[in-house]
Design a protein around this ligand. Structure first.
Ligand SMILES: [Cu+2]
Length: 157
């Protein structure tokens, strides 16, 4: 007797877009953020199914370089993407429930970060960014950084 087994292939895809606002001298407290097509709000939580194949298309719609980095145990990232640039990440979600995050390597300290939940594990963006503390602001208040450049963070006076 021939047994036919159908494998269920799980896959998800996301389109993550980087944004920034704030002219030089701007005091916007949260001038860097992500949106994700189909999800509401800034820096929305990504919910993944354990073991599924995930494709993320990343587009930088800001006017400064941004990156998309996913935390361990996923541990993949785009590196810096120039304005109007696009990059794609493909990976398999962890097999077990876990929580991590995603962020921009340059602007994570000012809130350009979101949570990732795998298998329903509790996840929070608050642990990813100092922006929720409200006592840290970038110095200078707006950033134009080339690859490899350093940013400094100062406490609000
Ligand atoms: Cu950024």
């Amino acid at each position: 007797m021939l047994t036919l087994r159908l494998a269920v292939l799980l896959a998800a895809s996301f389109h993550v877009v980087a944004h920034n606002v704030g002219a030089p001298g701007s005091r916007n407290e949260h001038p860097f953020w992500f949106t994700v097509d189909g999800l509401e709000g800034r820096d929305p939580q990504l919910n993944l199914t354990p073991g599924e194949d995930v494709t993320i298309t990343f587009t930088n719609e800001g006017d400064r370089p941004h990156s998309l980095q996913l935390g361990d145990p996923i541990g993949v990232g785009t590196g810096l993407v120039d304005p109007n640039g696009t990059a794609t990440l493909s990976f398999r979600a962890p097999a077990n429930a876990t929580a991590t995050g995603y962020w921009c390597a340059l602007h994570r300290p000012v809130g350009m970060a979101g949570a990732i939940s795998v298998g329903g594990a509790p996840a929070s963006r608050d642990v990813l960014s100092a922006s929720t503390r409200r006592d840290l602001v970038p110095d200078p208040a707006w950033l134009v950084l080339a690859a490899g450049a350093a940013a400094a963070w100062r406490r609000r006076g």
